[in-house]
Design a protein around this ligand. Structure first.
Ligand code: UGA
Ligand code: MN
Length: 323
């Protein structure tokens, strides 16, 4: 009897071992290699590409966990895309400004960057920069006519309109996807919390802006959840006394007001925001964000003009370096 049991055991043993080895090999199968990504970006690169969070398969992760992650994720409500329109122009600090912006935007989910150069063609510097920025983006250009390039005149009118036109064209044939538009000048500073706030914009939302209008901040005054006035030190007569960085507009509103644009004719500096907002909303309709407009989440920083007084005219550096 004993010998029969022994012989059965030895016949089954190799099979048991094979099954154990196969199970082990399967769970240790390495994860598929990650697609090549820009060296500093956890996100998929590409113009207009959907944003893919990096699959993390770090050493701390057990094989069982990895298997679990192959299961269908629970359906998530679609996150509205934030479209950030940034006018930009060539100057010594341009790449530094764009780098700071990209470092912020890269941390915001579902953000599409519309970068509009004030130029007759797309520059190599900006093209190269965007290609490595690791952000879904669109690169446009339109020059400001010479006659409007004067101190005291509004800036970036044509560039913001080019961004609006692109957005409208992109969505002309489909039902509007949930989206939010925001004008993100290249010299401001943006907190990540700002994007959480603006993402829930239904029509037009507003919030305070720091370091603007000759004050530490400007803000919409809110009573019972409604904007009733403006805390500002500069031209309080503006219908919407707010900086370009102080509001966001839903894509739906942009599409249902196809004629709303920034205007050159009759527009004074500081009135562009009011002239635009008047075309799409009323003060009563505004949605206050940032805890009823009591938190500063964006700053109108303005970068100091750099001192290049010691740039050499002769005996230049032996290498050509992009700054
Ligand atoms: C203020 C507001 O914050 C701006 O939104 C507004 O456009 C501007 O005034 C105005 O006067 O029109 P400010 O800091 O004085 O901003 O303006 P900039 O930051 O110098 O320019 C606003 C945006 O336009 C920036 O993104 C800048 O790169 C771009 N810009 C400026 C151009 O594309 N071309 C130019 O010639 C100048
Ligand atoms: Mn600025």
């Amino acid at each position: 009897m004993k010998s029969v049991l022994f012989s059965r055991f030895f016949i089954l043993l190799p099979w048991i071992l094979i099954v154990i080895i196969m199970l082990d090999v399967d769970t240790r199968r390495p994860a598929p290699p990650l697609t090549p990504r820009p060296y500093f970006s956890p996100y998929a690169l590409g113009r207009g590409s959907a944003r893919l969070p990096l699959r993390r398969g770090g050493p701390g992760r057990s094989p069982e966990k990895r298997n679990e992650s192959r299961a269908q994720p629970p359906p998530q409500p679609q996150l509205p895309t934030i479209y950030a329109i940034t006018p930009t122009y060539s100057r010594p600090v341009q790449k530094a400004e764009l780098t700071r912006l990209a470092n912020t935007f890269r941390q915001v989910a579902q953000l599409h960057w519309i970068l509009v150069e004030d130029a007759t063609a797309r520059s190599e510097l900006v093209s190269r920069f965007l290609a490595r920025a690791g952000l879904p983006s669109t690169h446009l250009h339109v020059p400001t006519p010479r006659r409007y390039k004067r101190p005291g005149l509004p800036r970036a009118t044509e560039q913001r309109n080019a961004g609006l036109a692109w957005l409208r064209q992109r969505h002309q044939h489909q039902r509007a996807q949930p989206g939010v538009l925001f004008f993100a000048d290249d010299d401001n500073t943006y907190s990540l919390e700002l994007f959480q706030e603006m993402r829930t914009t239904r029509k037009v939302s507003v919030w305070p802006v720091g370091l603007v209008g000759g004050r530490r901040y400007e803000r919409p005054l809110v009573e019972n959840g409604k904007v009733v006035g403006w805390y500002t030190g500069w031209r309080a007569d503006r219908p919407f006394a707010i900086d370009m960085a102080g509001f966001a507009v839903s894509l739906q509103v942009i599409l249902s007001n196809p004629k709303a644009v920034f205007k050159r004719r009759g527009s004074q500096p500081g009135m562009q925001e009011s002239d635009f907002l008047k075309q799409i909303t009323t003060v009563e309709e505004l949605e206050p964000k940032a805890n009823n407009c009591t938190k500063v989440l964006v700053w109108h920083t303005r970068t100091e003009k750099v001192n290049l007084a010691n740039e050499p005219k002769y005996r230049l550096d032996t290498v050509k370096i992009e700054v």
